[in-house]
Each structure stands twice: as C-alpha cells, then as structure tokens.
Design a protein around this ligand. Structure first.
Ligand SMILES: NC(=O)c1ccc[n+]([C@@H]2O[C@H](COP(=O)([O-])OP(=O)(O)OC[C@H]3O[C@@H](n4cnc5c(N)ncnc54)[C@H](OP(=O)(O)O)[C@@H]3O)[C@@H](O)[C@H]2O)c1
Length: 216
C-alpha cells in the first residue's frame, strides 16, 4: 500500500517504522514542509518519503492522522476535498499523558469531531488505545499473540482495508463497532482507552464484550 501519514512525531514515526518494515510505501507530512523531514525519511530508507499534507494524501491508499488534538483541524484543512479518502484516526483529545492532559470535548465522541473536520472521509479510529512503546513492541517482525488492535468506523470497506493494514504489521484488528459506539469505547473517556499492554485478540474481544455491557 501507499500510506500517507499526517504528523511525523512519535506516532507518525512509530507507524512509519512498522509500515516500511512490512514493505509499504510511506509519505510523511508535518507542519514545516517536506524539506524538514529529509533526514528522517532517509533513516527509514527507500520506502519512506516526504511531502506536504495534500501531497501525502493524493494517491495514497489510506491516510493516517497522527497530529496533536489541538492542531488536527488546521492540519486537515490543507486538503480541499476528503471525499472517499480512508483515514485512520489515531488522535486522542489530550495534550499530554495523565488525567491533567485531558481536553474537554463535552459529550462528544472524538472521532466524530475529527470526522466533521474532513467531510466525506471514511474514518476508522485505530491505534489510539495503547501507548506507542507497547504498540511498537507488540507489532512488526516481533509480533506475537498479544497483537490485538482495536478499530471503529462506519464504513465496512474502509475497516476491511485498515484490518488488512493491521494484519500486514503482524496485528489482528478487533472491531469495536461504528464510530459513535466504538469511537466512545476507544476514546479517552471510554473503557478501552489507555490499555498499558497489548492484548491477545481473545482478551481484547472479552474486554470489548464487558465494555459493551456499559452501553446497552
Ligand atoms: N504518544 C502516544 O503514546 C499516543 C498513543 C495513542 C495516540 N496518540 C495520539 O497520536 C497523536 C500524535 O501524537 P504524537 O505523540 O505523535 O505527537 P507529536 O510527537 O507531538 O507529533 C505531532 C506531529 O504532528 C505534526 N503537525 C502538527 N500540526 C500540523 C499541521 N498543521 N499540519 C501537518 N502536521 C502537523 C507535527 O509537525 P511539526 O513538528 O512540523 O509541527 C508533528 O510531526 C495525538 O493525537 C495523540 O493523542 C499518541
């Protein structure tokens, strides 16, 4: 796949490493322009390159959104038309780890807020529930049984594509439902957020089943 990644910080780089290792082509974008990413993309090898935000989106099979919550609207506004683009939303409404970092969005579901920034995009929320070091350790060449990655979304074809991407890096996608319900379960105030370990798909599904009892 050709994967555009908006945000070349901790999450963007962690996923770039996994995707490049799996043979995907990655186009990274940040706020400072492709020239600022030259040294970084060189480190990742020939399957990584840099572009501006529209350039990372255009021609990509899917786009990863890995920007800080407070800068996401501005980042995605660089693209005029998001219609039909499959977007993996890794963002969380927090400014830093820990309870102090939570950014209040009232009763709203974070991915529904993000979806409003990019009308027409086929949003899938994934990779957001586990801190990056655990994610990196659990996926990739060293992936073992603790390889579950939660995802939520309204578009089944988009989820199938994201599921294939997750499988390509040694993971197994566990579908938490639509963007509203699954997005809440996976969101900062939901019961699946902040899992400080990778889970087996069976454990992840059991945790999901218990979590779903809260919304019934
Ligand atoms: N850290 C974790 O363990 C973890 C786990 C799950 C989910 N997440 C979520 O992942 C997201 C990214 O977190 P992070 O830790 O990777 O953040 P980070 O290290 O601060 O990196 C943020 C990246 O976003 C880019 N960016 C900011 N504004 C932009 C704009 N207008 N256009 C294009 N790019 C822009 C930055 O580029 P510049 O440097 O050029 O400004 C930078 O490359 C957050 O929403 C976070 O909640 C993080």
């Amino acid at each position: 796949m050709r994967i555009g990644i908006i945000g070349a910080g901790r999450m963007g780089q962690a996923l770039t490493g996994l995707f490049v290792e799996a043979g995907h082509d990655v186009v990274l974008a940040n706020s400072r322009g492709p020239q600022s990413l030259a040294a970084l993309t060189t480190q990742f090898g020939e399957h990584a390159s840099a572009a501006d935000v529209p350039g990372a989106v255009k021609g990509s099979d899917l786009v990863i959104l890995a920007t800080p919550w407070g800068r996401t609207a501005e980042a995605v506004s660089a693209v005029e038309d998001w219609s039909g683009v499959v977007v993996v939303d890794t963002t969380n409404n927090r400014s830093k780890p820990g309870p102090d970092g939570l950014i209040d969005i009232g009763d709203r579901i974070s991915s529904e807020v993000v979806a409003e920034f990019m009308p027409g995009a086929r949003l899938v929320k994934a990779f957001n529930t586990t801190p990056i070091p655990f994610l990196v350790k659990g996926l990739g060449a060293a992936a073992g049984e603790d390889n579950a990655v939660y995802m939520a979304g309204d578009d089944s074809d988009a989820k199938a594509l994201v599921g294939a991407l997750i499988a390509s890096v040694g993971g197994e996608a566990v579908d938490t439902g639509d963007l509203h319900t699954g997005g809440w379960l996976q969101g900062m105030s939901g019961p699946l957020a902040g899992t400080l370990e990778m889970l087996t798909p069976t454990d992840a599904r059991n945790r999901l089943a218990k979590a779903l009892e809260l919304v019934r």
